[in-house]
Ligand binder design. Structure first.
Ligand SMILES: Cc1cc2nc3c(=O)[nH]c(=O)nc-3n(C[C@H](O)[C@H](O)[C@H](O)COP(=O)(O)OP(=O)(O)OC[C@H]3O[C@@H](n4cnc5c(N)ncnc54)[C@H](O)[C@@H]3O)c2cc1C
Length: 268
């Protein structure tokens, strides 16, 4: 690293991103960036530390949705009463991340920016049709979470853009929605796979899957399908791989079993 910038001003961040483009790496909570730097996996020329930008923090209710600043930590989101009551899968996702220390430091924007297929907030954001608001000195863009991720570690973010906030629709409670994560252990474990779901009033079930394809996948299905038809639908949209955490066959079998249990019983 040749240049380290620390700013608490959004305009300065946007100007720095416009100047340095993809030579500059944003540092939010640092729980992904610092691990990669310590392992020598990345060595950006410029690091822009943004944790002091108050404009990018906070959870604000608007009509039918919450607008969550990208610098909100997983603890901020997990402990927010409106998220827990009316965007329940996201509450569950944030509660499932790492450990208290990681949740107090890691941010929603960082989880999105890392764009891991196993990132725990991603299935909930995609499931709930959330909108990611990105910003640059050229202006702002609203991008559906389902269109934001293009592959492991890859997004549609342009080199001068930052993740500013996320709009999360409301109406998803602990009785009609949820999130389940399978990890190698209860805490400090990256997901082997995950499932988020909701049941709507019209008999549609939404399900999204993490860790079983290069990007999170979502399906909407009507209630009342046979087990065979349902399993075929799930199996048709996922493409799991073998990695150090699990084999592809294990992932395919378990995610389909969990999804079917949710579909049949209304939850886990
Ligand atoms: C011990 C440990 C356990 C973990 N457990 C989990 C887990 O259970 N589940 C899980 O999903 N993750 C887990 N993680 C990964 C990590 O904590 C999360 O992905 C976290 O949300 C990252 O947020 P951050 O603010 O620390 O991101 P940073 O490390 O600061 O940044 C991550 C990436 O996002 C980019 N970025 C950050 N903010 C913005 C922004 N506003 N605009 C544009 N780009 C941005 C950065 O440039 C970088 O590429 C774990 C990490 C550790 C070290």
């Amino acid at each position: 690293m040749k240049i380290a910038i620390r700013t608490d001003n959004l305009d300065d961040l946007l100007k720095a991103k416009a100047k340095y483009g993809d030579k500059a790496l944003i540092l939010a909570g640092g729980t992904d960036v610092n691990v990669k730097r310590n392992r020598g996996l990345i060595g950006p020329e410029v690091i822009i530390s943004i944790s002091g930008i108050t404009d990018m923090k906070g959870i604000v209710p608007e009509k039918g949705k919450l607008v969550i600043g990208s610098l909100s930590t997983h603890s901020d989101i997990e402990n927010d009463a409106a998220v827990k009551r009316r965007a329940f899968p996201l509450h569950m996702s944030c509660a499932a991340i790492g450990s208290p220390q990681i949740r107090n430091t890691g941010t929603l924007g960082g989880n999105i920016g890392t764009a891991s297929p196993a990132g725990d907030t991603l299935p909930s954001l995609v499931l709930l049709d959330s909108i990611i608001n990105v910003m640059s000195i050229r202006g702002t863009r609203k991008i559906k979470a389902a269109k934001f991720f293009t592959g492991p570690g890859k997004t549609v973010l342009e080199k001068d853009e930052i993740i500013y906030s996320v709009e999360v629709p409301l109406g998803y409670t602990s009785s009609n929605s949820g999130f389940f994560k399978l990890g190698m252990r209860d805490a400090l474990a990256i997901s082997v796979l995950s499932v988020a779901w909701y049941f709507d009033k019209n008999g549609t079930v939404g399900l999204s899957f993490g860790g079983v394809s290069p990007v999170v996948k979502r399906i909407l299905v009507k209630q009342g399908l046979s087990e065979t038809a349902f399993r075929k639908k799930v199996s048709g949209i996922i493409s799991p791989i073998d990695d150090i955490r699990a084999g592809a066959g294990f992932r395919r079998g378990v995610v389909t079993d969990i999804a079917f249990k949710v579909y049949r019983d209304g939850g886990i």
